[in-house]
Design a protein around this ligand. Structure first.
Ligand code: GRF
Length: 206
């Protein structure tokens, strides 16, 4: 599995993937770290690990199709066959999604379909979950389709909401779960154990 990890932020999920590879729980190579923001902390983590990086800010491109072809050029140049969206905050153009159909995963910090879709990103997700008063939140790893946070669900794990939780404390506990769940989902694909039939994802035992 030659992975591209796309990240806009600190890149702790990227780090979790790198750690899983280093400890041999995940048989994959991170061939490329791509970001839409030159300030993304993920770039430092990639540099420390000696991984090629590609900064592709959407505003540098006159059209979505020019942005998409810049992404596809970089992905192809690094012979990427699987894409992990690890805190990537920008919309992925449909042509890129199509090119990696059933080979692109996203991690989302809630139990989808709750608190997902356009506008639900970063701390907004946790603020909305607390404002709603849910007793459980969690993390979801799902396949990416042409709508935000919508593709078939691969793995989910609940996280209990504590009475004194703030968006920050809840986010921190959910993030710990993401760090386990995302490499685990990638491992299932690396081992070719995932079968997808419309929305239904079946995982074959090892
Ligand atoms: C994670 O909570 C992820 O679910 C969300 O953005 C956050 C990224 O964190 N989409 P990091 O950059 O991996 O530390």
């Amino acid at each position: 599995m030659r992975l591209a990890v796309l990240a806009s932020g600190g890149g702790s999920n990227l780090q979790a993937i790198l750690d899983a590879i280093a400890s041999r729980t995940l048989d994959a190579t991170v061939a490329l770290v791509m970001t839409d923001r030159s300030e993304a902390g993920a770039l430092n983590r990639a540099a420390s690990a000696g991984i090629p990086t590609s900064v592709i800010p959407p505003r540098n491109y006159p059209t979505t199709s020019a942005f998409a072809s810049a992404m596809l050029t970089a992905l192809t140049a690094h012979e990427v066959d699987f894409v992990a969206l690890a805190g990537y905050m920008h919309y992925i153009p449909p042509s890129v999604v199509r090119n990696y159909q059933n080979r692109m995963l996203n991690v989302h910090p809630s139990l989808l379909p709750a608190f997902g879709g356009a506008g639900f990103y970063g701390m907004r997700v946790h603020r909305a979950a607390l404002a709603y008063g849910v007793r459980w939140s969690g993390a979801t790893v799902h396949l990416v389709d042409d709508q935000f946070d919508n593709g078939p669900i691969v793995l989910q794990e609940p996280v209990r909401v504590e009475p004194d939780d703030t968006p920050e404390t809840l986010a921190a506990r959910v993030l710990t779960v993401e760090h386990r769940l995302f490499p685990e989902a990638l491992r299932l694909f690396a081992q070719d154990r995932v079968q997808i039939d419309k929305r239904q994802v079946t995982i074959r035992p090892a």
